[in-house]
Design a binder for this molecule. Structure first.
Ligand code: BGP
Length: 492
């Protein structure tokens, strides 16, 4: 039982999703493909695109023998009113999703926005407000329009800064006064881990059309990352111009900050610090407003500095983030002797002997609630900014029993253990805006591109082979989260 009234009265309990994992309708109302529409799983290094030598561009090339579940996802595009109503029954105070850039600017480089795309998000955002939920909006959740990748090479091309500026300006002016919490790029710190998904980068002319992504250099990725930083700073500027009450958050995948050295060997301790800096770089630039010394050493020694033009550093310094949004799922063990699988969960080759509980097979992510408190305290010590947990959850391959029930006690337990640590972090002095459960309704897994990794309090009858009625069904954990919210976290 936590202390009473640890959570502030206006604490934002809720859930989070991404357009590409929930909406479906991948080509409806004018939308054109984006990066995720070419992938089965965001870690996939073989997007379904092929190189057209004569035109010098990449083209969508979807194989017939692969089911791209995200193309229909769970049909939120047509069912969102029912879904939001169910989430309001849990008492949600906030709901995070992304606006799919390709619904607003289908190619990404158009001069005029697609009104049908804007109308969809008008309806979605108004429905959230109707049920007293704060819309929490990501401007791109791995959703760079494919044409910007296929014809410009993605974020290594500076012109994408201008295209994103046009997109974000339309969005902020359309939804000012309705949306208070914004983020630019989901898990921006994944650019090196997943350059195609996270930074929409592809290299061309293709040196090897079979490996369009693997041929990237550090310099090319740092250049793309710099453009993402500039685009984020400009978006912050546009947001402030449109709505002085709105807030912009950097959004990072921060399971990586719960990285523990495998032993007290100073080489492992310092190595763990360097591993964490692969993620800290992004919040350092977007919260402190300048590039830190440790990345400049890498640029010097590996000759991989991005081109920085006049005015860039002033933009970064002036338009920093108002809060820190992050995902947290698990912790990581670092050893100089093990190849660090550059993943949310990091280290390969050994597990943390002190963490005996893991997420179900085949994912086996170690469950480490205290790691969340550790990350929240480090972030507060480093930046003294409000924190917003916009992803935390447990994926399980589950099906309803003969009584159409899912007794997902392990999901409720995961939630309880992590909310308890959020309460501890608040008592430690961390300022926390809210806690959003990742995937409050079953959606397509980002990592696997499948339906079997289910996070939801609400089950969806949709399966890996593309079958299913899309019927929604409350799981037992639905009522658990409902009472957590009703009691503002005092009855866990
Ligand atoms: C994060 C992404 C989300 C979400 C989550 C869970 O990295 O921001 O899109 O999918 O991972 O991943 P998965 O669905 O693969 O378990």
């Amino acid at each position: 039982m936590t202390e009473t009234h640890v959570f502030p009265e206006n604490f934002l309990w809720g859930g989070a999703v991404a357009a590409n994992q929930i909406e479906g309708a991948w080509l409806e109302d004018g939308k054109l493909p984006n990066v995720t529409d070419t992938l089965v799983g965001i870690m996939n290094q073989h997007p379904s695109i092929s190189w057209n030598e004569s035109q010098g561009i990449w083209e969508l090339d979807l194989p017939d023998d692969i089911t791209f579940l995200s193309h229909e996802a769970v049909d939120f595009y047509h069912r969102f009113e029912e879904d939001i109503k169910m989430m309001s029954e849990m008492g949600f105070k906030a709901f995070r999703t992304s606006i799919s850039w390709g619904r607003i600017f289908p190619r990404g480089d158009e001069e005029e926005a697609n009104e049908a795309g804007l109308a969809f998000y008008d309806h979605l955002i108004d429905t959230l407000l109707k049920y007293d939920m704060e819309p929490v909006i990501t401007l791109s959740h791995y959703e760079t329009p494919l044409a910007l990748v296929a014809e410009y090479g993605g974020w290594q091309d500076r012109r994408l800064v201008e295209f994103f500026d046009r997109y974000s300006t339309v969005i902020f002016n359309r939804y000012k006064g309705k949306v208070k919490y914004w983020m630019t790029f989901n898990e921006i710190n994944n650019a090196f881990r997943m350059p195609y998904a996270a930074a929409g980068i592809v290299k061309f002319p293709a040196t090897d059309p079979k490996e369009p992504i693997a041929t990237l250099t550090k310099k090319e990725i740092f250049q793309a990352v710099h453009h993402l930083f500039i685009a984020s700073a400009l978006a912050t500027k546009r947001m402030q111009e449109a709505d002085s009450d709105a807030l912009m958050g950097v959004m990072c995948s921060f399971s990586s900050l719960a990285t523990y050295p495998v032993d007290c060997n100073p080489e492992n301790v310092f190595g763990a610090l360097e591993f964490k800096r692969n993620s800290y770089l992004y919040s350092d630039v977007m919260c402190r407003g300048h590039y830190p010394g440790y990345v400049k050493r890498i640029w010097r020694e590996e000759d991989c500095a991005p081109e920085i033009i006049a005015g860039d550093l002033d933009l970064l310094a002036k338009y920093t983030s108002d809060y820190i949004a992050f995902s947290y799922y698990r912790s990581t063990v670092y050893s100089k002797d093990a190849e660090m699988r550059v993943d949310t969960g990091g280290a390969k080759g050994f597990d943390n002997p002190f963490l005996t509980e893991k997420s179900p097979e085949p994912w086996n992510w170690p469950i480490d609630p205290l790691g969340l408190r550790y990350v929240m305290n480090e972030l507060t010590d480093r930046y003294e900014l409000p924190l917003f947990i916009v992803e935390n959850g447990l994926g399980i391959d589950e099906t309803p029993n003969e009584n159409q029930r899912i007794n997902d006690i392990e999901r409720a337990r995961y939630l309880k253990m992590h909310v308890e640590q959020v309460a501890e972090a608040i008592k430690d002095g961390c300022e926390v805006i809210g806690y959003l459960w990742w995937g409050p309704i079953d959606i397509v897994s980002a990592g696997t591109g499948e339906m079997k990794k289910r996070y939801g309090f609400i089950y969806v009858d949709r399966h890996n082979d593309g079958s299913g009625s899309f019927k929604r069904l409350k799981k037992d954990s639905f009522d658990y989260f409902k009472q957590v919210i009703e009691t503002n976290g005092t009855n866990l």
